[in-house]
Design a binder for this molecule. Structure first.
Ligand code: MSP
Length: 498
């Protein structure tokens, strides 16, 4: 089965921040999990590089826009490499193929009479790269960017978004175009049932840094039409509506609530207009604040991805970000909370259990002698696997991590109960207990694979089974009965932080 997953493509008007890392790490976990399930995965990430705010930022930095975009886009790519993001492609909206295909798509829409020219006056928020209606503004300001939008009067080309209102309501209502969680679906349906969709401006006359319209070179298209089509050009669509790449449609598009409305209106309407099937699902995650406030340079509460990587390491950063609160909810993070979680869950939880078991196994020269799991551990492992998989498949990453930690607590208790240190060396009974614990560590290693791939590798190396893991599907890995353990306890997986 194929599994196509996307993240938003991020603006290059600033450096990659923790919010970008959050979505991308979550998407990476899904991609890795589905690869383990033997699905044919395509995982797309990228950068969104056109528009006024990027042009302005480049000028401010004394760079030409292309040079500026190259630099910032490279920073995103570098960060994703560092964080071990397993994307199959990195799309840039300044790619030549992307630009050509956007022009082709615009021409198709123009030929279908779905694009027209009109004089327009409106309030334009550069931060959102969007015209705002009066209702969307709070005290005259964009609620997201806390800035008064510019009043602009100019001639624009418009896409007939209003034509698609009925179809959108129907597709969303019937879950043909699923929006999850349900509260987000209801929010969009509430909006679509209450307000008339207005046609949307898709071009600017004075913005040079965009893609010139094929039917009027004095205009450039900016952000949204250009940006949305990345999901198609990123899998090598060439602009022919009869030849859609095999990976289409996306199984899931992950994003935060800030861009849901455009993704639930303009984006599917463009696809309907081009006669291309809609994505199966949009999954919307929440926003996090830092110490109760929006992350911002002026407040001085910015935590950069590299601050966390330097402090905790790559895999711990991946874990810590996803283990704070459920994906679909908003939540707050702080350095203190992250440190606390690092020490309690990783150092004292997972790291300590592994060190304890491997020390015992090494000390007692454990060797596998066709032991089988005790009933108690077999039942527990099966239950944990069922819940873990159900959770990941439903995008409940926080919950699947909780389940893994339930298994860790189970083994901590099991060891306390069995007291292996009191049992005679080299006895069958001791070997059986050690086997049960090692088997548990093995399953923990597999469960951690999508979240902390390098830590899992280290676990398998310490168990001496690293070569037996590769190329096996999750089903095979879950059901292994023969364990060729050759224990070589290494360093502790998570160094203690003060
Ligand atoms: N370029 C557009 C998207 C075009 S997609 C066709 C854009 N870019 S963005 O750089 O502003 O990224 C927005 C996304 O960044 C959010 O949807 C979310 O995935 C992520 N986040 C940004 N800040 C975040 C938080 N504080 N918390 C969680 N996610 C955050 O919009």
């Amino acid at each position: 089965m194929k599994f196509y997953i996307t993240t938003p493509i991020y603006y290059v008007n600033g450096e990659p921040h923790l919010g970008h890392a959050y979505t991308t790490i979550a998407a990476d976990v899904f991609a890795r999990y589905h690869r383990l399930k033997n699905n044919d995965v395509f995982f797309l990430v990228g950068t969104d590089e056109h528009g006024l705010k990027i042009e302005q930022k480049a000028i401010q930095m004394n760079k030409n826009p292309q040079e500026f975009c190259d630099e910032i886009s490279a920073k995103f790519q570098f960060l994703w490499d560092t964080l071990n993001i397993s994307n199959d492609y990195f799309i840039r909206t300044t790619d030549l193929n992307h630009k050509n295909v956007v022009r082709k798509a615009l021409q198709i829409l123009f030929d279908k009479n779905l694009i027209y020219k009109k004089k327009y006056q409106g309030f334009y928020c550069i931060g959102c790269e969007e015209y705002k209606t009066k209702i969307q503004l709070k005290n005259g300001k964009c609620p997201l960017h806390q800035k008064e939008p510019e009043c602009i009067q100019e001639e624009c080309y418009f896409f007939k978004l209003s034509n698609f209102q009925k179809q959108l309501i129907e597709k969303i209502q019937k879950d043909e175009f699923k929006i999850e969680p349900i509260e987000r679906k209801n929010e969009i349906l509430g909006f679509l049932n209450k307000e008339d969709l207005k046609d949307v401006a898709i071009s600017r006359k004075k913005v040079k840094w965009g893609i010139p319209l094929p039917f009027d070179k004095s205009h450039t298209t900016y952000v949204w039409v250009d940006a949305f089509l990345n999901y198609l050009t990123g899998i090598n669509w060439q602009g022919d509506t009869k030849k859609i790449p095999n990976f289409w449609p996306p199984n899931v598009q992950l994003m935060a609530k800030d861009i849901l409305r455009v993704h639930a209106t303009i984006w599917p309407a463009l696809l309907l207009a081009l006669n291309i099937p809609l994505p199966n699902k949009i999954f919307v995650h929440g926003f996090f604040t830092i110490n109760g406030q929006k992350m911002s340079k002026s407040i001085g509460n910015v935590i950069l991805p590299n601050d966390l990587i330097d402090k905790f390491g790559i895999d711990a950063t991946r874990y810590l970000l996803l283990s704070q609160f459920p994906l679909e909810q908003d939540g707050d993070i702080s350095m203190e909370k992250l440190e606390e979680k690092y020490n309690s869950n990783l150092v004292n939880g997972l790291g300590n259990l592994i060190a304890r078991v491997l020390t015992l196994a090494e000390h007692n020269q454990f060797s596998f002698n066709n032991e089988t799991s005790s009933n108690e551990t077999k039942v527990k492992i099966k239950k944990i696997w069922d819940e873990y998989e159900k959770n990941i498949e439903n995008f409940q990453l926080f919950e699947s991590l909780k389940i893994i930690w339930e298994l860790i607590a189970f083994y901590d208790k099991y060891i306390e109960k069995e007291k292996p240190w009191k049992i005679k060396n080299n006895s069958k009974q001791l070997n059986k207990i050690l086997f049960n614990c090692l088997e548990g560590i093995y399953h923990l290693g597999i469960m951690c694979l999508p979240f902390m791939p390098k830590i899992s590798e280290k676990i398998f190396v310490q168990l001496g089974i690293e070569n037996e893991i590769t190329k096996k599907s999750l089903n095979e890995l879950k059901n292994i009965k023969q364990f060729n353990f050759k224990i070589k306890k290494g360093e502790n997986l998570f160094p203690r932080k003060k």
